[in-house]
Design a binder for this molecule. Structure first.
Ligand code: ATP
Ligand code: MG
Length: 296
């Protein structure tokens, strides 16, 4: 294997305010629902709004790493963060990233790390919190994976990502249950930040079903009527170039990109006013006239 680069990082300008240091685990037990797509594009949207963002790839298959155009074997990354307690600042890649976004890359050896991974991750995050406003943890679809558990155990927030399909929504129910278990066992501070419905075909019944589902599950804290990402060819097109929607002139102002901006704005609000957001009772379930169809 070729030797991996240490990342030389220019020191950030001191900020007038302390970084927010909010840690968000992005997940769903179901694979292929768009966890990684949402993670990297939300990171880019938050960065575009001027926040400092770190993406930590906790998936041994390196989803976020590939999506951001990084060769997993070229850099030290989460393997070193969790194995050797390397400093996140030394591992963060900035070159070629979306504005204000850094990445700690993953490679497949991440799947065979042993020891108390949750503790190692928490230690790494203590340092990263002081440098970044948002730290997004991209997780593998396997709930039994030690890095999935570690992400849930170390995060402040859980962001659900799902597609409006029966199996994905079922994965959501399982993820919600796992969040409850982790809260009770190791991380009482873990709170639901919200749910992003991804790849919604706005011309099909899926949209109606999605809205009905959200009405019935207010505890998932959806992002309003427009808090879903439409099905679009663009996320995949830019991913193939190792980019986010925000890094290409062709996609920068597309409707799908704007949705990420809108959701990022709401995420920022929720994280900054954590107490206020958590104190708001989820909207009451309104009776539907003809009984909306549900996925669950
Ligand atoms: N809004 C969207 N519209 C159309 N395609 C999308 C959308 N979001 C994601 N995709 C595509 O769906 C596929 C799966 O996305 P992604 O890799 O983000 O899912 P994932 O949940 O992270 O998968 P895994 O569980 O394997 O980690 C990719 O090809 C991606 O480009
Ligand atoms: Mg993924």
């Amino acid at each position: 294997m070729t030797s991996r680069k240490k990342n030389t990082r220019t020191k950030k300008q001191p900020q007038p305010d302390q970084p927010l240091g909010a840690v968000i685990a992005v997940g769903n037990q179901k694979g292929g629902v768009g966890k990684t797509t949402v993670t990297v594009n939300l990171a880019a949207a938050l960065g575009d709004a001027g926040h400092h963002v770190l993406v930590i790839d906790l998936d041994p298959s390196g989803g976020a790493t590939h999506h951001l155009g990084v060769d997993p074997y070229a850099f030290e990354g989460t393997v070193e963060l969790l194995n050797d307690q390397s400093n996140p600042g030394d591992l963060a890649i900035t070159e070629g990233m979306p504005m204000n976004v850094s990445l700690i890359a993953a490679r497949d050896e991440l799947g065979s790390i042993t020891g108390d991974i949750a503790r190692q991750l928490r230690a790494g995050l203590t340092q990263a919190r002081a440098d970044y406003d948002f730290i997004l943890l991209d997780t593998p679809p396997n709930p039994k994976s030690p890095t999935t558990f570690a992400a849930y155990a170390a995060a402040d927030w859980f962001l659900f990502v799902t597609t409006p399909h029966f199996l994905s929504v079922r994965g959501l129910t399982e993820a919600l249950r796992d969040v409850g278990t982790v809260r009770q066992a190791v991380n009482p501070g873990l709170e639901v930040l919200g749910v992003v419905f991804n790849a919604v075909d706005t011309r099909s019944l899926a949209l109606r079903d999605t809205k009905a589902f959200l009405k019935q599950h207010p505890s998932l804290r959806p992002f309003g009527r427009k808090g879903f990402i439409p099905h679009s060819v663009f996320p995949n097109r830019v991913a193939e170039e190792g980019k986010t929607l925000f890094q290409s002139r062709q996609t920068r102002y597309k409707a799908v990109t704007l949705r990420f901006t809108q959701i990022a704005r709401e995420i920022n609000k929720r994280c900054r006013d954590r107490g206020g957001f958590l104190a708001q009772a989820p909207a009451k379930r309104r009776p539907t006239k003809k009984g909306a169809r549900s996925h669950g």
